[in-house]
Design a protein around this ligand. Structure first.
Ligand code: GLA
Length: 386
């Protein structure tokens, strides 16, 4: 895990590498999805929050179309590209994210010049905490300001989605960038993915004597792989057969009839999305009423639905969730797109040490790599640091 550089240190490293001071430094956080998985591209509801781990970029626009990019981590070295000749799917490693943003802005008709960019990030990569969207959101915020493009938060959400879908090649929805751009400290982002309407919902676990732990299974995933796209295709098939615009338009009360119309696998996929939308709404209601102590059973039900109906969990995630529950968590679920990545556990603060030890030893016992377990808090969305 990277220890994040301070803003001054990032600026002076930039200057040492590129020979001039950056125009500014921008930061955008990763996210944890509290609940509402694979509902975003079904025009449904999600409830993520921005976390206190972020990507930071120091950026300087250039007078030509050359793009030079370096990160403080990994061994990719200095990468160069030509902003005037960007090709989807050609870029490799993390640089495809800034380049994807440049490309998506060009697709909107904006003239984007070349730039120098230094990236630092303490969002674990490939763990399902949206390290890629954190980079994209920091970059789009920087370019929006530096070019005077005047994009709204909604425009930036759609442009980064375009970058992911059509440049990176991951057919993802709008949840991650919405959380990164629109998150706020102590709040979860209740997002209606049909109209992009946002309501901030208080989520102060620690104020309620709880902690929200992330358990990174270290099983790495990629949404540019087949599983994510296959789930998306099943949802589209389900909506088609049921004659609705999107699964958002199917209610829990419609499921019995749907069972008679869909093949068994498509029905299970549909049932996950429909019940998950309902769980998001109930979680919001509880957070605005009884508070975080009340949402545990909904987190558990969400995990069971992803494991059994949507089939996107894996043995490591199931072990993390089950063990966290036996060690005292009041609710636990995998978070993000699935097929690896992280689980979250909501636990009484007093159970944290036991939970960490129990999960770690269960992983050792099963012969799995040691998981990373850390606390996260709902933090501010993307912003300019300097
Ligand atoms: C990934 C995608 C999101 C969303 C989740 C699943 O994180 O980027 O758009 O679909 O998976 O909820």
């Amino acid at each position: 895990m990277n220890v994040p550089l301070g803003t001054t240190e990032l600026r002076s490293r930039f200057e040492a590498v590129f020979g001039a001071a950056p125009d500014g430094v921008w930061q955008a956080p990763g996210r944890v999805n509290l609940i509402g998985e694979h509902t975003d591209y079904n025009e449904g509801f999600v409830l993520p929050f921005a976390i206190d781990r972020a990507a930071r970029v120091a950026v300087r626009l250039r007078p030509d179309s050359t793009v030079r990019m370096l990160s403080t981590f990994g061994n990719q070295g200095l990468t160069t590209a030509d902003a005037a000749a960007l090709e989807p799917a050609a870029a490799r490693g993390w640089t495809k994210y800034p380049l994807g943003v440049l490309w998506a802005l060009q697709q909107r008709g904006l003239a984007v010049p070349g730039l120098d960019l230094l990236l630092d990030s303490d969002v674990p990569r490939g763990a399902g905490l949206s390290s890629s969207h954190a980079i994209e959101c920091a970059v789009i915020l920087a370019l929006n300001e530096l070019t005077g493009a005047g994009l709204s938060a909604q425009d930036m959400v759609l442009a980064t989605q375009r970058a992911e879908n059509d440049f990176v090649g991951a057919p993802t929805g709008i949840m991650d960038q919405s959380a990164s751009l629109r998150g706020a400290a102590g709040q979860a982002v209740f997002l209606d993915c049909r109209d992009q309407g946002v309501r901030l919902v208080p989520f102060d676990a620690e104020g309620a004597g709880l902690v929200l732990l992330v358990i990174d299974t270290k099983v790495s995933h990629s949404h540019a792989g087949g599983g994510y796209a296959a789930r998306r295709a099943s949802c589209e098939l389900g909506a088609d057969v049921l004659g609705v615009r999107a699964l958002r338009d199917v209610g829990v009360e419609d499921l019995e009839e749907a069972a008679g119309l869909l093949d068994p696998e498509t029905f299970r996929r549909v049932r996950h999305v429909v019940t998950e939308n309902d769980r998001v709404l109930r979680t919001v209601e509880l957070l605005e009423g009884a508070g975080p102590q009340a949402i545990g059973p909904l987190l558990d039900a969400s995990h069971a639905s992803m494991r059994d109906d949507f089939e996107i969990s894996c043995p490591e995630l199931d072990l993390a969730v089950d063990t966290a529950r036996t060690a005292g968590a009041i609710g636990a679920r995998m978070t993000g797109g699935g097929f690896g990545g992280c689980a979250i556990a909501l636990a009484p603060a007093g159970a944290e040490e036991r939970l960490r030890a129990t999960v770690a030893s269960a992983f050792t016992g099963a012969g799995y790599a040691a998981p990373d377990i850390f606390r996260v808090r709902p933090a501010a969305g993307a912003l300019r640091l300097a």
